[in-house]
Design a protein. Structure first.
Length: 129
């Protein structure tokens, strides 16, 4: 049994399969999940687990070289916008519609229980060296 880090076996296994350039969509319960990518659905109840909790756990495990969020998050969900700006210095913004289109390129979708608007980000995996 793992001692620490991400304990969910489905998520831990999916993360181990990622490579440089792969996309990981971390999303709220309202984001349409595209057909194709592997999905790990962590949603339990509205707000559980939160987007912030899941993002923090993923950032402890992954090397991220870039990220994209919806520009609408800035006005509709300032708390999440601040979290993204603080934790992802290479953050780009596109329209929510464009983010939905980009999400189809993700290799992994991690669905949270977040029930606040536009709590979504597409991470691009980097390398540790």
């Amino acid at each position: 049994m793992k001692r620490s880090g991400i304990l969910n076996r489905h998520l831990a296994g999916a993360l181990a399969e990622l490579g440089h350039g792969d996309g990981v969509l971390v999303c709220d319960v309202g984001m349409p999940v595209p057909a194709g990518p592997r999905v790990v659905d962590l949603a339990f109840r509205a707000g559980i687990p939160s987007f912030a909790e899941v993002l923090e756990g993923l950032l402890e495990e992954l090397v991220v070289e870039g990220a994209t969020a919806a520009e609408e998050v800035r006005e509709a969900n300032p708390e999440t916008a601040r979290l993204l700006a603080d934790r992802l210095p290479e953050l780009a913004h596109v329209s929510h519609e464009e983010l939905k289109t980009l999400s189809t390129t993700a290799r992994l979708v991690v669905r949270t229980g977040e029930a606040r608007p536009y709590a979504n980000v597409l991470l691009r995996c980097g390398v540790f060296f």
